[in-house]
Design a protein around this ligand. Structure first.
Ligand SMILES: CC(C)(COP(=O)(O)OP(=O)(O)OC[C@H]1O[C@@H](n2cnc3c(N)ncnc32)[C@H](O)[C@@H]1OP(=O)(O)O)[C@@H](O)C(=O)NCCC(=O)NCCS
Length: 147
């Protein structure tokens, strides 16, 4: 992510955006440890057509200290189950090509589907779509990494 973009993020603006997003038809799950929110995953109907997929994992983030303990896996499973209940069958996630989380997606059974450039903070960056073909399999823990 461009440093300028990250430095320009403001908590009050993000809070206002989240208040609006939470009124939309999206699913958001948070992970809590000892009563504190340590991460979230959000998803819903796919925003941009990707052949063969109908839903999208919009974002997943965990606090650094909460990473590496299976919480991301639990959030992806929970989101997949919810999207499945809503009638979706598959899911993609757009991820920055350089993002270190790529192995997490492949571990959870996703495959690279396509790529494009996306504008982030005024800079064009390469992004990859990871796709899961079967939400039911994710929710049931049948991914190649047993998510
Ligand atoms: C990516 C993220 C959601 C994964 O959640 P997590 O709870 O840390 O992942 P899990 O513990 O469930 O990992 C499951 C498996 O995925 C793989 N994996 C997860 N994160 C990985 C990483 N950064 N690099 C390599 N493999 C990774 C591992 O194989 C892991 O299994 P193992 O621990 O038995 O080896 C979380 O680390 C995160 O929020 N990272 C920072 C923000 C981010 O990159 N978000 C995605 C933006 S698109």
């Amino acid at each position: 992510m461009p440093e300028l973009y990250l430095a320009g993020l403001k908590e009050t603006e993000r809070e206002a955006s989240w208040r609006e997003w939470l009124t939309l038809d999206i699913d958001v799950f948070v992970a809590e440890l000892e009563g504190e929110v340590v991460g979230f995953a959000s998803g819903g109907a796919i925003r941009e057509r990707v052949e063969g997929f109908d839903a999208e994992l919009f974002a997943i983030y965990l606090l650094r200290e909460a990473q590496g303990h299976g919480i991301g896996t639990a959030l992806v499973r929970r989101l997949a189950g919810s999207l499945k209940e809503r009638g979706f069958g598959s899911m993609v996630a757009w991820v920055l090509e350089d993002n270190a989380s790529g192995p997490f997606y492949t571990w959870s059974g996703a495959v690279r589907v396509c790529s494009k450039e996306m504008e982030v903070g005024g800079v064009m960056l390469p992004v990859v779509a990871y796709g899961w073909g079967d939400l039911e399999a994710i929710a049931a823990g049948v991914g190649s990494g047993s998510v």
